[in-house]
Design a protein around this ligand. Structure first.
Ligand code: FAD
Length: 542
């Protein structure tokens, strides 16, 4: 019935708009709301049939947020955050999607969103100082500003495995899950990949399927979620002073309010260390990585946490050989996205689940009937690709974006993304990215980061308008300095030690650059605010 409320498709106004927004996830939705508040006209293009972005597309079984419900929501409206009630400690995808739909209804957002419309190109017209945006429906609209709210994890990636097209069973990607759901009862299923999505989906699929075979290349560290129905007292604590709690969260390194232990893992006794890890393991969730202050900067400290989790895995998985395959080695804990699960490791104790170590037996081909490795063919009825995304840059470089002198964004970023503050890139005036590379984005509670970027942009648009200015553009020098700073901060951590999607390592040929900014959400927020307050140094305003 939500879809039925969507207004009839109307063409964008012929004279153009103040802003085009690409994407109607949490970023695009809030950007539209803020632009309306400024009295600016905007049109949003979205490929899906409704709002929600990530939570619209990723409908795989077990899909759930790793940030607690009380924190993974908009904070801009006191009424909204008081009225909405989350049913669980960590929300499942259907509930987050309902929340996004509720916000769209409440703010009447859909009348300015053109659904089922993919933006194919955006070109800057230097004479007019305007962007011309073209869609796959052949529509063209001109806009003063172009806001890319295209998502960091929205460009799903299928591996290049020979024979895929000849497979006679069903195939799925977790990031493009059928809306009607999939019934795996009685089916032999393969899951390829063991990242965050797989770790959520595998326990649920294992309970349905006749047999599940998991193909793992790189094992991942995962912490139990200890998910539970929402505790009324906890909800009450948040809602009793939501604004103050949110304000604290905004200044945290990850944008999440949780207890950060300021001590080094190496300054406490082994017993104290064990007790800290045990307590956080029992509490569940990503706050495990805040057990000590130096887990992400000191390899010896990190090893203590990694050893703890490996021991837990060995305790949970009955077959020691399987446990060893599942126990991550060779990269520091937390340097690939830390996972949060419900019964993931225990699932490998089930009689109907088999683990295939692809490092030992690489997938040679998909055949008509299944998956073939060096050790033979595994016959399956369905293959689930949990193979992730072309993260952070994929959704942007898929669009033919051309700035000054016809320079293509994909071309400019050939050796890795270059931005100033993750908000703009030199040579592309009035083109903005929400949670772009070079900002904390995927290392944070993303709704916190989205709100910060959108608020900064709204202030920036108001500033330009008040001064009768038409364009804002990052300078090359500011961009170079920022990229240098982003790299320097990353190099002080253990992050570059892992082949992660943060580094582009999951995409063959993608340059190895640590893309998000690890300097912390709070520090980054202050930096952005300071730049705005000083009249936007590092940007050219005209
Ligand atoms: P998205 O939600 O990705 O929305 C972008 C939208 O842009 C999409 O709907 C897409 O269709 C549209 N789009 C892209 N390109 C085009 C185009 N050319 N034309 C038209 N439309 C286009 N974050 C957290 O903070 N905590 C979590 O626990 C967490 N869990 C996650 C789990 C999964 C499985 C995934 C995939 C992501 C998760 N994230 C999590 C990150 C999540 O993406 C963000 O939290 C947030 O939803 C991003 O919102 P967004 O609006 O920026 O992007």
């Amino acid at each position: 019935q939500t879809f039925a409320q969507s207004p009839a498709r109307t063409m964008p106004p012929p004279g153009g708009v103040d802003a085009v927004i690409v994407g109607a996830g949490f970023a695009g939705m809030y950007m539209l709301h803020r632009l309306r508040g400024l009295g600016l006209s905007a049109v949003v293009f979205e490929q899906g049939t409704d709002v929600g972005g990530t939570w619209y597309w990723n409908r795989y079984p077990g899909a759930r947020c790793d940030v607690e419900s009380m924190q993974y929501s908009y904070s801009f409206s006191p009424e909204l955050q008081q009225d909405w009630q989350w049913s669980e400690r960590f929300s499942a995808q259907p509930e987050i999607l309902r929340y996004a739909q509720h916000v769209a209804d409440r703010l009447d957002l859909r009348r300015d969103i053109r659904f089922e419309t993919r933006v194919t190109s955006a070109r800057f017209d230097e004479a007019a100082n305007r962007w011309t945006v073209t869609t796959d429906r052949g529509e063209t609209v001109t806009a003063r500003h172009c806001v890319m709210a295209t998502g960091c994890l929205s460009s799903a990636r299928l591996p290049d495995i020979a024979g895929l097209e000849g497979f006679q069973g069903a195939t799925y990607h977790t990031g493009h899950w059928p809306h009607e759901g999939v019934d795996f009862a009685g089916k032999r299923v393969a899951v390829i990949g063991t990242g965050s999505s797989a770790i959520q989906a595998i326990p649920v699929i294992a309970r349905q399927a006749a047999h599940l075979t998991v193909f793992q290349r790189t094992p991942n560290f995962s912490i139990p979620s200890r998910n539970a129905p929402m505790d009324a007292e906890y909800e009450g604590w948040w809602k009793s002073d939501y604004e103050a709690h949110r304000a604290k969260a905004r200044m945290m390194r990850t944008g999440i309010l949780y207890g950060l232990n300021e001590k080094s893992a190496l300054e406490v006794t082994p017993a104290e260390r064990q007790a800290e890890y045990e307590a956080r393991w029992a509490r569940g969730g990503t706050a495990f990585m805040a057990s000590f202050a130096d887990l992400i900067t000191n390899r010896d400290a990190n090893d203590t946490a990694a050893d703890f989790v490996r021991d837990k895995i060995r305790g949970l998985v009955k077959d020691p050989a399987v446990a060893e395959i599942l126990a991550p080695k060779g990269y520091p804990i937390g340097t690939k996205r830390i996972c949060v699960d419900t019964d993931y490791f225990e699932t490998f104790n089930r009689a109907n689940v088999t683990l295939v170590d692809v490092r030992d037996a690489p997938i040679e081909a998909i055949t008509a009937r299944g998956v073939r490795t060096r050790h033979g063919e595994v016959e399956v009825d369905a293959i689930v690709f949990a193979t992730g995304f072309d993260a952070m840059t994929g959704a942007l470089t898929r669009i033919d974006i051309r700035g000054r002198g016809g320079l293509g964004l994909a071309e400019k970023w050939e050796d890795g993304p270059r931005t100033y503050l993750g908000l703009m890139t030199a040579g592309f005036p009035n083109l903005f990215m929400i949670t772009g590379p070079g900002s904390p984005s995927v290392l944070s509670n993303m709704i916190v980061s989205i709100e910060q970027h959108v608020d900064w942009l709204a202030d920036c648009f108001a500033h330009l308008r008040a001064r009768g200015l038409e364009t804002i553009e990052a300078t090359r020098e500011a961009e170079d300095q920022w990229v240098g700073h982003v790299n320097e901060v990353a190099d002080r951590t253990l992050y570059p030690a892992a082949n992660s999607w943060y580094m582009g390592a999951n995409i063959p040929g993608k340059p190895r650059v640590f893309m998000p900014y690890i300097g912390g959400v709070g520090a980054y927020r202050e930096k952005c605010a300071e730049i705005a307050a000083q009249g936007y140094p590092g940007f050219r305003l005209a």
